[in-house]
Design a protein around this ligand. Structure first.
Ligand code: SIN
Length: 330
């Protein structure tokens, strides 16, 4: 027998053994810095997955928009160029109206209310709302309630008149600020710091961890603690990729994700408090904490935007979200 006939199957076997032994590469792209709840979650997922599935998976994490910006990540995920992402819920308005509910101002009282809603049937249905687009929602991660920073004091909604304010690409947020007479400007997260530095925008809204990790407070003097909306994430994957994973790897990754989600929830609350303190410790920063009456004025000024989106957001979803503001009795 000619040598090449003998070598063929041997080489083929060697190749398939090597190929089978290659760990599966999973790329996770996000836009924030590592010391934030999402940055922590992505790293922790990598650590646990590579520990529990040693030699079988390799997780590459790309923070700070090093691989894709939030508006690019959806198509990258659909093309399977990246397998995991966790865009802010407000960024999903590029591809669906279903998640606009999260941007309605003064819908949720606090983190706990958001968590109750996300755990409810309505919240879980939203997690599945992207199935038809080839995107699978794996879970929710929180960051925090939004505050507004600016280079002028924002004590009442009227103080926003003509303020150029950076926002995420959400039609609800845009309409909210337009109602207040501000000039909302949609910018990628990666561009915010530079836009503030060059005074292209005069303010922005965000969660404390994003403000502190980007050092926005070095470029802004006032922060108003409105807590008018919630900044959180949906962890998403390419549906076909996920379904084709070997069943044992997929279920292990889902268990790891559930553990990481629990840790991110605890981390988000603790980090919001720590980063808030670090921001207000800085000499140039003045914190404005609205009283209950002042907060009511903010609420009255912002909530008329709900009517503008009444035809796009399911009223049953809104009712479920409002119901989640009531703590459940044990
Ligand atoms: C993020 O937390 O992922 C970014 C939020 C933003 O764009 O402000």
């Amino acid at each position: 027998m000619k040598l090449r006939f003998l070598l063929g199957p041997v080489l083929f076997c060697a190749f398939t053994l090597t190929a089978a032994a290659e760990p599966l590469l999973i790329r996770f792209a996000h836009v924030v810095a590592e010391p934030t709840p999402k940055g922590f979650g992505a790293q922790r997922f990598k650590q646990l997955a590579e520990e529990k599935l040693a030699g079988r998976v390799n997780i590459e994490v790309f923070p700070s928009a090093k691989l894709y910006d939030d508006n690019e990540v959806f198509s990258a995920l659909i093309n399977n160029d990246v397998q995991l992402a966790a865009p802010s819920l407000s960024k999903f308005s590029i591809i669906t109206k279903a998640l606009q509910i999260y941007d309605l101002p003064f819908l949720f009282n606090d983190h706990a209310a958001v968590e109750r809603f996300q755990d409810s049937e309505a919240g879980q249905n939203l997690l599945r709302s992207l199935d038809s687009k080839g995107i699978k929602g794996l879970g929710y991660w929180p960051n925090g309630m939004r505050v507004i920073s600016a280079n002028r004091p924002l004590r009442t909604p009227a103080d926003l008149q003509k303020l150029a304010i950076r926002i995420e690409p959400s039609k609800v947020i845009q309409a909210q600020y337009q109602r207040l007479g501000a000039i909302p400007i949609k910018l990628s997260f990666a561009d915010v710091r530079d836009a503030l530095r060059r005074e292209l925008v005069e303010g922005q809204e965000n969660a404390w961890s994003n403000i502190y990790s980007q050092q926005f407070q070095t470029l802004q003097t006032y922060v108003t603690e409105t807590h008018h909306s919630f900044l959180g994430y949906m962890v998403i994957t390419n549906q076909a990729f996920w379904e084709k994973l070997p069943a044992d790897i997929r279920s292990e990754l889902e268990m790891i994700l559930a553990q990481v989600t629990t840790e991110v929830k605890a981390k988000a609350l603790e980090q919001a408090e720590r980063d808030r303190q670090a921001v207000i410790n800085q000499d140039n920063v003045k914190l404005i904490i609205p009283t209950d009456q002042e907060r009511e004025i903010w609420r009255q000024a912002m909530t008329p935007v709900w009517a503008q989106f009444a035809s796009q957001i399911d009223p049953k979803m809104i009712a479920a979200a409002q119901a989640a503001n009531q703590p459940t009795t044990p």
